[in-house]
Design a protein around this ligand. Structure first.
Ligand code: GLN
Length: 167
């Protein structure tokens, strides 16, 4: 998705690979595995010190939240929409935008609580599923799995604001 938007995207697995990057995406996957490996490689501390905008999707949202890296003031319940078979797609309502966004929810986390600084960007049935706190954007769904580029563009807007760099 980022490459489609003209971004020079690289994969990050080790702390030193974060150096010089203008933004970071913590993707979906399995948050327990992410955290185990991030601790092993010291990537947890490196991400804590990373200064640029960060987009966390699904497991990435969990990792950025209160229970793990503590960078975004949110508490989530993992897999709270059900097991793998209960994964689903649904239209989510975007604040300030008449066109809904198709959300792909795969064993998605569900927001339990958010701090006062956290802004709700989109909701599913009245529950926040896309949020922003400062330079952090988190989504409980997978915005990279549809053709809709709005979430990534929003993230790139933050990158542009922080660095003056635009793809
Ligand atoms: N269930 C996963 C977790 O708890 C998240 C799933 C996903 O990223 N699609 O980490």
């Amino acid at each position: 998705m980022l490459r489609r938007l003209g971004v020079d995207a690289v994969e990050v697995r080790k702390p030193e690979e974060l150096e010089g990057l203008d933004g970071l995406v913590v993707p979906g996957g399995e948050s327990t595995t992410f955290m185990r490996l991030m601790r092993l490689y010291g990537l947890d501390e490196a991400v804590r010190h990373f200064q640029g905008p960060v987009l966390g999707t699904c497991a990435g949202m969990i990792v950025l939240g209160r229970d793990y890296l503590g960078l975004v003031d949110i508490a989530v319940d993992r897999n709270a929409y059900g097991r793998q078979v209960a994964s689903f797609e649904a239209d989510v309502e975007v604040a300030g935008d008449d066109t809904p966004l198709r959300g792909v929810f795969i064993r998605a986390p569900r927001l339990r609580e958010a701090g006062a600084q956290v802004e709700v960007l989109a909701e599913l049935d009245g529950e926040p599923v896309l949020l922003r706190e400062g330079r952090f954007i988190v989504s409980s769904f997978h915005p990279e799995l549809t053709d809709d580029t709005r979430v990534h563009e929003r993230f790139l807007d933050l990158v542009e604001e922080e660095t003056g760099v635009r793809a």
